[in-house]
Design a protein around this ligand. Structure first.
Ligand code: ADP
Length: 300
């Protein structure tokens, strides 16, 4: 029996792509797509030629996060053409193929895998410096064949996104073992939504009076700060969002000897940028989370 022709075709297709990075998570809702989207914006901002491939078929959120909702993909004799945000940032997502974004995708098993295979094999990316792949979360049997396609593309490795919560970290360990099993290198782990950061100058302060009524004391607090310690106005409050606090992922990485890439705060402004399909870089409001993302990217 000769080599699988699909895997050969994938290898062939990916020859024009210098680096391929998978973005994975153990479970949904931890910020994997947000990270993949912002990583792509960041790399494109460095004047690299970037492709973003969204094969998270159950929840394709990449079109919205890149500001490309409602766009359609076109076919040429070279394959499917990506949708471009900028000349150097092309995107391909199952989301472009759904007639109604509110429709749940219920493709399963072979049909789903067949489509994912086509996505890896048939997109005409041209020359790329980086292809960022937003991969489906989980470690099921179904994932094994998906990973085989990705492996055939000679991936550099996977970045795993997690929150500091124990439930997410347990799944990260599974995901790391899964990567080992299928022979994909783990480039490192990112802790997202590490802590909530809020600048004092944009915070609201409340107090509860003797009657149990809530009072807005924002102006009083800010006035005291302005007159006594104006230099503190730009400082921020860092609050643990999850039980156990930030740092769980770093500890786990030390234990199992996997690179830890850094922490990204829970930042409502970053969530807003993602919802509006914008890059958080160059957005003054997002400066803290953008700086954290830069640190992570520099370590990849
Ligand atoms: P996943 O791909 O892991 O399912 P998403 O990237 O879709 O998760 O993120 C889930 C939600 O959380 C989205 O609404 C996104 O805007 C928000 N989000 C993700 N990371 C952050 C963050 N660091 N700060 C604020 N909101 C975030």
């Amino acid at each position: 029996k000769g080599p699988d022709p699909d895997l050969v075709a994938i290898e062939e297709r990916m020859r024009t792509v210098k680096h391929k990075i998978l973005v994975l998570s153990g479970k949904g809702g931890v910020g994997k797509s947000t990270f993949a989207a912002q990583l792509s914006f960041a790399l494109a901002g460095l004047d690299k030629q970037i492709g973003l491939l969204d094969i998270d078929i159950c929840g394709p959120s990449i079109p919205k996060m890149l500001g490309l909702e409602g766009q359609e993909i076109h076919q040429s004799n070279l394959g499917w053409s990506p949708v471009y945000v900028e000349d150097n940032l092309g995107v391909m997502s199952i989301g472009f193929m759904l007639p109604d974004p509110d429709e749940a995708v219920i493709w399963r098993g072979p049909r789903k895998n067949g489509l994912i295979k086509q996505f890896v094999k048939d997109v005409d990316w041209g020359d790329l410096d980086y292809l960022v792949v937003d991969a489906p979360p989980g470690t099921s049997d179904e994932h094994i064949s998906i990973m085989q396609y990705l492996k055939a593309s000679n991936v550099d490795g996977a970045i795993i996104v997690t929150t500091p919560q124990e439930v997410s970290l347990i799944d990260v360990r599974k995901e790391i073992n899964f990567c080992k099993k299928v022979g994909i290198k783990v480039l490192g782990v990112v802790e997202n939504m590490s802590e909530l950061r809020q600048q004092l100058e944009s915070a609201e302060f409340k107090s509860v009076d003797a009657q149990g009524e809530e009072q807005d004391v924002t102006n009083e607090v800010l006035d005291v700060l302005k007159s006594h310690a104006p230099h503190l106005l730009s400082s921020f409050v860092a609050t643990s969002v999850f039980y156990g606090g930030a740092g769980g992922a770093e500890k786990m990485c030390k234990q199992i000897k996997v690179p830890f890439l850094g922490r990204i705060p829970l930042d409502p402004k970053l969530g807003k940028a993602a919802d509006e399909g914008r890059s958080c870089f160059g957005d003054r409001d997002c400066s803290a989370s953008a700086a954290a993302l830069r640190t992570v990217i520099n370590r990849i």
